[in-house]
Design a protein around this ligand. Sequence first.
Ligand code: MG
Length: 398
Amino acid sequence: MTSANPKRITVLGSTGSVGAQTLEVIGTFPERYQVVALAAGSNAEKLAEQVRRHRPERVSLADPEAASALGEALRDVEVEIGVGEAGLAAVAESDADLVVAAIVGAAGLPPTLAALRAGRDVALANKEALVMAGALVLREARASGARLLPVDSEHSAIFQALGGESRESVSRLILTASGGPFRTWSDDRIARASVEEALDHPNWEMGPKITIDSATLMNKGLEVIEARWLFDVPPERVDIVVHPQSIVHSLVEFSDSSVIAQLGLPDMRVPIAVALAHPERLELDLPRLDLATIAQFTFEAPDSKRFPCLDLAYRALAGDEAAPAVLNAANEVAVEAFLAGELPFPGIASTNAAVLEAHLAKVAKDGSVALREIFDVLRADAWGRGCARDILSNGENT
Ligand code: MG
């Protein structure tokens, strides 16, 4: 079914991996989608190409020099060009039916909140918004009546498996994890893992930060936090199972013990298309899943002894509203240090654990921190980063 009026789409982070794939899907259906606004960081050249192809009304770049280069490159095109935080906010609040939030990291939180506050439905590819500020993001969405649609592949799988079922009939969400490159490695071998080995993900091609998070399984921990908020289920009802083939993208168990899974070859264009078209489906020209060729799926329990980051996510969820933001901040600092060769691989988990414990000890002494506004989130984030840097510079984990 094709609607008479094209759906108006804004993409935040349009030159990144998910943003560019979103425009690729949109470009296949010009009668269904109209791009109204785009925001990117500093890649003026790629954004200029996207503007010529998709003709948005408004764009913005974070970097001022890149924005003036974009203005030069697009002198013959009628488009509003913004810059910095104000430009990004204007793009986020543009009159769209759906905002695809695909800016990586903490920078994606303010425009996501701005879009929700303006009542725009948001397709969320930015995990950090829910990890750092789940309670706040949910409150904003409820207040304006905006919808949150998942783009993360596991959460898209759960969203699809849930269909129209009532929340009361859901007994468990089961996130699948590939297990990362060290799934079969011994403790000793993991302790000596190099940056190159950690960056060698078996199934998905992704940026370095999320690839390291897949090796530590912190990514799955962050996805537990994401699922807790996105589907509004208590953490004890979110489970993880390791599935090295990455074909079953996640599952939902219902009260009658029935389990519904979503399957497919790993390709981010599928969850992107699901979010864009919901409640319809797009016809995508992609390789089809051939079960007889794959022949075998395997599943195993995650090993939280070799991969302690998993338990940290649950521990953070059991803490106050700020604890997941603190854990996320510590992890970003620790992963950076590992990538720079300043920290051995197990140091990521031990740094994260030490920072989280320090935060929880502070909460036990001074009381919980509530996330009332973005300032509270940024303060928790800054505290986590500072604490992680202190621990790293004291060499406690190296
Ligand atoms: Mg994922």
